[in-house]
Design a protein around this ligand. Structure first.
Ligand code: 6PG
Length: 250
């Protein structure tokens, strides 16, 4: 597989179509794998997708026993805190479909500091992957979901953060978030997130249109730096898509 910086753009009418399209893509990535791995994201844009996965027909379609669920970044709060990203995924679908416990891989936030949580998560990812180094021909994930913050951040990779330059470590602690909620974070780095058959950005709402335009025009924002060893796909709803991108509508 070649590292992909060439993005495919898909524009759908609104949030409901965004959730449906994302569910379809997720299913097609995990349906036939012997052991699937999906890296989830936090924020509001995946909420519709997560709700949908707990409903029919998706609920019966996803091979829950064979799919493992990771998280691309976590706020350093307890998992039952409303701010927790994995906590949200659990509430909206994982707990509701009774996904096997051993298939859910949260970032451990009951440690003393984010770097300790990062190092535990690296161990967990490496043991799941079965190797110490990522091989672009054998991606860690089948699908990585990504969001886009109004400042251009993605995962917990904020503008000007040293984490943006990380090329070796798979996961790092982020002492200061660049945007609310201002709690420390733990985030996968670009090379770890890139190790996927597909990276799927989910972006909706007119309040995102400005930052989408900035990313697409080539400004050096974190989301612009994201790349993928497999397919790099941006799924936008019409409100978030700059006018000149509407020809990519489904
Ligand atoms: C987080 C997220 C973050 C999010 C963006 C977009 O923990 O905050 O993982 O990267 O995806 O901030 O969030 P919204 O979808 O809420 O705008």
């Amino acid at each position: 597989m070649n590292t992909n910086r060439q993005r495919e753009l898909v524009v759908v009418p609104g949030p409901a179509a965004l959730a449906e399209t994302a569910a379809r893509r997720l299913l097609s990535r995990v349906k036939h794998t012997a052991r699937g791995a999906v890296c989830l994201t936090g924020g509001s844009s995946p909420e519709g997708l997560y709700r949908l996965l707990a409903e029919q027909p998706w609920r019966d379609e996803v091979p829950w026993d064979r799919v493992h669920w990771f998280i691309g970044d976590e706020r350093f709060v307890a998992e039952n805190d409303p701010l927790s990203n994995m906590g949200m995924a659990r509430r909206l679908f994982l707990d509701r479909v009774n996904a096997p416990r051993q298939n859910i891989h949260p970032i451990e936030t009951a440690t003393n500091y984010p770097e300790a949580a990062a190092s535990l998560y690296v161990d967990e990812l490496k043991s799941f992957y079965g190797a110490q180094r990522l091989d672009p021909a054998r991606p860690l994930f089948d699908l990585v979901l990504m969001g886009l913050g109004s400042d251009g951040h993605t995962a917990s990779l904020f503008p000007h953060s040293p984490a943006l330059e990380e090329n070796e470590r798979w996961v790092v602690g982020v002492a200061k978030a660049g945007l609310e909620p201002f709690v420390p974070r733990v985030t996968l780095t670009f090379p770890a997130l890139a190790s996927s058959r597909e990276m799927l950005f989910l972006v909706d709402g007119s309040n995102k249109r400005g930052v989408v335009r900035r990313v697409f025009s080539g400004e050096d924002l974190p989301a612009r730096r994201a790349y993928c060893d497999g397919d790099l796909v941006w799924l936008l709803d019409r409100a978030a898509a700059p006018e000149d991108q509407h020809q990519h509508a489904l």
